[in-house]
Write a protein that binds this ligand. Structure first.
Ligand code: HEM
Length: 150
């Protein structure tokens, strides 16, 4: 099919936009906007936002993996240029970090909010914030490699 590769690149970019764009919003807009609120208000809002966002990122990751897995052999597979290999490696690291946030750190925030244990919740949210910053930087590095190093 003549349009298969452009469609796969489109779906790949939809996944990247949702993931990296969402992290940009969370870090540069949501975090400062919530910073002055008390933990009783801030932590439930953060839990509600991240619960929805992390589910969306799960779908974005499936899209990125399926489209990227389809595109990889089309762009040379093992013989692909080094930025493509770098994208795959950094992309997998980002997915592992996401998995850690989603399945190890975020449940601590959720439990703390349900039990109204605000200090524990604040610690969990701080960890999520740091890991999201790591993934945010890796995300922009990956996009830069994929586009600038062609
Ligand atoms: C881990 C699984 C991934 C695989 C197997 C993969 C594979 C690919 C392949 C084969 C291409 C086409 C090559 C090219 O256009 O030069 C591509 C394009 C692209 N990828 Fe990935 N990728 C993955 C993850 C990611 C991640 C995590 C990001 C960003 C956060 C990303 C960003 C991009 C961008 C922006 C393009 C478009 C480049 C362009 O057309 O100018 N990829 N990907």
């Amino acid at each position: 099919m003549a349009y298969a590769v452009p469609i796969a690149v489109f779906l790949h970019l939809v996944g990247v936009i949702v993931w990296v764009g969402g992290m940009t919003l969370a870090h540069f807009c949501l975090r400062p906007a919530l910073a002055d609120l008390s933990p009783q208000l801030r932590l439930p809002v953060a839990e509600g936002v991240f619960s929805r966002f992390f589910n969306l990122v799960g779908t974005a990751i499936i899209l990125i993996l399926l489209s990227g897995g389809y595109l990889f052999p089309k762009f040379g597979g093992a013989q692909a240029p080094w930025p493509v290999h770098a994208m795959v490696v950094i992309g997998i690291v980002m997915m592992l970090i996401y998995g850690h946030i989603r399945f190890a750190t975020f449940p601590k925030l959720r439990r703390a909010v349900q039990a109204q244990k605000w200090p524990e919740g604040a610690i969990a949210l701080g960890r999520i914030r740091r890991l999201v910053v790591v993934n945010l930087v890796l995300g922009y590095v990956t996009v830069a490699l994929a586009t600038l190093a062609r």
